[in-house]
Design a protein around this ligand. Sequence first.
Ligand SMILES: NC(=O)c1ccc[n+]([C@@H]2O[C@H](COP(=O)([O-])OP(=O)(O)OC[C@H]3O[C@@H](n4cnc5c(N)ncnc54)[C@H](O)[C@@H]3O)[C@@H](O)[C@H]2O)c1
Length: 360
Amino acid sequence: MSAKIRIGVIGAGNIGNVHMENFSQLTDDVELKAITDVYLPLAEKRAEEYGISTVYETAEDVINDDLDAVIVAVPNKYHAPLAIQALKAGKHVLLEKPMAINEADAKEIYLTQQSTGKMVMIPHQMRWESVPMQVKEQVERGELGEIYHAKAGWFRRKGIPGWGTWFTQKAESGGGPLIDIGVHLLDLSLYLMGNKKPVAVTGSTYAEFGPKRKGIGTWGTPNWEGSYDVEDIASAFIRMEDGSTLTLDVSWAVHMDTDNQPFVHLLGSEGGASIRGNEGKFLTERFDKPMEIALTKPENDEGERLRLSRHFVECIQQGKEPITSALTGYTNNLILEAIYESSRTGKEVVLNWDAVEGKQ
Ligand SMILES: NC(=O)c1ccc[n+]([C@@H]2O[C@H](COP(=O)([O-])OP(=O)(O)OC[C@H]3O[C@@H](n4cnc5c(N)ncnc54)[C@H](O)[C@@H]3O)[C@@H](O)[C@H]2O)c1
């Protein structure tokens, strides 16, 4: 491996650009070396902005270049084929969330990662936000005691992204707000609860806005020629092996009084933690009185995306497993699929861990 980690970028859209902004700051350790986008002028524009030497016409060209890692920042449907191809070509992969559009694709990524020994990291930036990091530290120090329940979610009142584009077509995205924003809250909650093993899931999804072309947000440009076949709200109950539980509620659009902020509440035997947006509280009881400590993001915070970029680089340099690994990505996809299945069947879904336990 050369001194600098050589990275190729597949997908120069919104989030691809965010990754380039951050990795380009790690000049001592990283060289952004190649880029592609199906819309080539965008790849060329980014190459100029970030001093990337090679613009390729296809993702395959990037994957086959002499690189250490690739960033996959394209619509969800392409995550599995591109990540698998990159792993097989000996590249580490920073793979945008959700890891895949369904459990079967996620399983294939996970098994390929295991067999190639290359790394997959899912950039769930919320794990690197300042307040969740402070909460995680308190959880690990035992300040919350046993976490027996958590409530997580994100209610957007009018936030359907890119109506009619890949975002709102299940075959392209895998689902609506559950897989788009719910996956972040699911991932963060499982991490803060201590990566307990989830065993059973019930859930329901609804679509009262999108099909009527209501609830349209400002993210993405609508394509009125397109279609909408995903949910606009989802509600789920997830049970862990040790009996602890998690509720997950997310919407793109809902008639509800909401502050439009992501939240996680952890309920522990000795204390609790509430995270809302960039702020949080540690809560407990002392001398028969409720006690709270505010948790805030420092003013000079360097930012979660820079921290996650550095983590990716360090994992490659030191041969470490990233904290948002292929296994955590697979776990999220397993649960998301179970929520959709439970909604379809009206029954609880017991999670099948055979792929991970080598039984399949
Ligand atoms: N972590 C986060 O907070 C976050 C935020 C937004 C999006 N995302 C994820 O990032 C991914 C991309 O989302 P986005 O908002 O950047 O979308 P986007 O539409 O802005 O960008 C996607 C880009 O990929 C290009 N593209 C499509 N297929 C391609 C292919 N096969 N090869 C090369 N380029 C291809 C498109 O031309 C486009 O420029 C999605 O999986 C999304 O879920 C994550």
